[in-house]
Design a protein around this ligand. Structure first.
Ligand code: 2NL
Length: 416
């Protein structure tokens, strides 16, 4: 009894009941060999006919024939699987139009748990002699899919670019966006006003270092190490004798040490004190100090100068009043008040009913301070003053919280 089946290469082979495989015609000869019954029982066994092309017409022994049969079948299985993966990948990629989807597809095939990676892992089960061939097949499929992925990626990227360019049409007839301009800070406005007033009276504006030696910040101003005035100023120290200046006086001491007299100067700048932030305090604020040294300078010069300053800053009707005070670096010392520019001195909520507002501290430079900087107090005298820039800005613009000055909110700044 003969059982005929279509063979792999389209040849016809027959399996006899005698467990023979008869090959009618390969290279013009008929080959025959025997196989085990369980192999012969497989209906597609005659795929084995294909192996004859590998044997150069030599008839293999049945064991190697069977091995070749299995090898061929494994290869076929693998080929089919790879073909499936490839087809699926290509059809998915053809329908893919976003980079995210593309990535999903890539991961599902080539990723750690991807289909192709799984298949590669199953190489463990492939007999060693078959691995190179199977491995090569997997690699070829992988390369093909990767090539296809890249092509698709390029297409998607181009499409995204083109869509973006189409959407970004520039309408040249639209009005241009206005460049947003900043606004001068109210502190700057007031500082420039103060500078204008003093420069008008012949003063120089001098700036100096914010990081200062303890000597220039305290000692040279008659505040020795154990002076209580030093305790009052909680200070940021950098080293034992270097600190963030607590006042701009150091700038003036440097000027005095230069020995060039007379001096008529103001020293505006940032100063630092270890203070908590609240409506009237900040660890960093601005001070303007002034210093005049010449022969025959008296308290009358101080009064006249500062009264003129107050009138220019707050209005011609402004009156001033000096109250005795104490500073270690001036003697005598005073605080100057101006008549309330809100009520004109009658008393209101703004001046807490007194009619007066405190503006600055001042005094005649202490002879010891002059001496320490090399100026002879017998020949020269001088006056000095210090004013908090934020304080007068808040007063002038009736701002009730100092913190507003540091927030730099353009809506706030634009009001001045
Ligand atoms: C205040 C008080 C003041 C000075 C600062 C000064 C500087 C030198 C010599 C003498 Cl180099 N005095 N400066 C004088 C008196 C007062 O500031 O309350 N400022 C906010």
């Amino acid at each position: 009894m003969l059982n005929c089946t279509k063979s792999f290469f389209g040849l016809r082979g027959c399996v006899s009941a005698a467990r023979q495989i008869l090959i009618p015609k390969i290279s013009g000869r008929v080959f025959r060999f025997y196989a085990r019954p369980e192999i012969l029982a497989k209906p597609n066994i005659l795929q084995t006919v294909g192996i004859y092309s590998d044997t150069n017409g030599k008839i293999p022994g049945w064991r190697s024939a069977v091995e070749m049969i299995w090898q061929r079948r494994n290869e076929e299985k693998m080929k089919n699987k790879l073909e499936q993966i490839r087809e699926k990948a290509i059809s998915q990629l053809n329908n893919c139009d976003t980079a995210d989807k593309l990535n999903e597809i890539r991961v599902s095939i080539l990723g750690k748990k991807g289909e192709l990676t799984d298949l590669l892992k199953s190489m463990r089960d492939v007999p060693p002699q078959e691995r190179p061939k199977v491995g090569q097949m997997v690699n070829e499929t992988r390369a093909e899919i990767e090539k296809f992925l890249e092509e698709r990626r390029t297409k998607i990227e181009r499409a995204v670019r083109e869509a973006k360019m189409a959407a970004e049409v520039i309408d040249v007839t639209l009005p241009a966006k206005k460049a947003e301009l900043g606004h001068r800070h109210p502190d700057t406005i007031v500082l420039e006003e103060v500078e204008r007033i003093f420069v008008g009276m012949g003063y120089e504006v001098v700036e100096g270092p914010e990081v200062e030696k303890d000597y220039y910040n305290f000692e040279a101003l008659n505040i020795p190490a154990d002076h209580p005035a030093k305790d009052e100023q909680d200070t940021f120290y950098i080293t034992g004798d270097i600190l963030l200046r607590t006042q701009t006086s150091g700038v003036q001491v440097h000027e005095m040490e230069k020995g060039k007299l007379p001096i008529r100067m103001i020293a505006p700048g940032r100063v630092f004190r270890s203070d908590e932030v609240d409506a009237t305090h900040s660890p960093c604020f601005h001070q303007i100090e002034g210093l005049v040294i010449d022969r025959h300078i008296t308290f009358a010069d101080l009064k006249g100068t500062l009264a003129e300053f107050a009138r220019e800053l707050f209005g011609a009707e402004t009156k001033v009043k000096f109250r005795p005070h104490h500073f270690p670096f001036t003697e005598p010392s005073a605080e100057m008040d101006v008549t309330c520019f809100k009520c004109g001195g009658k008393g209101c909520r703004f001046c807490k009913g007194s009619g007066w507002i405190e503006i600055l501290g001042c005094g005649m430079v202490h002879p010891h301070v002059l001496e320490m900087s090399g100026i002879d107090p017998e020949e020269y005298t001088g006056f000095a003053f210090g004013v908090g820039l934020e304080r007068i800005t808040l007063l002038k613009y009736e701002i009730d919280d100092m913190r507003l000055l540091y927030e730099n909110d353009i809506r706030f700044l634009k009001q001045f």
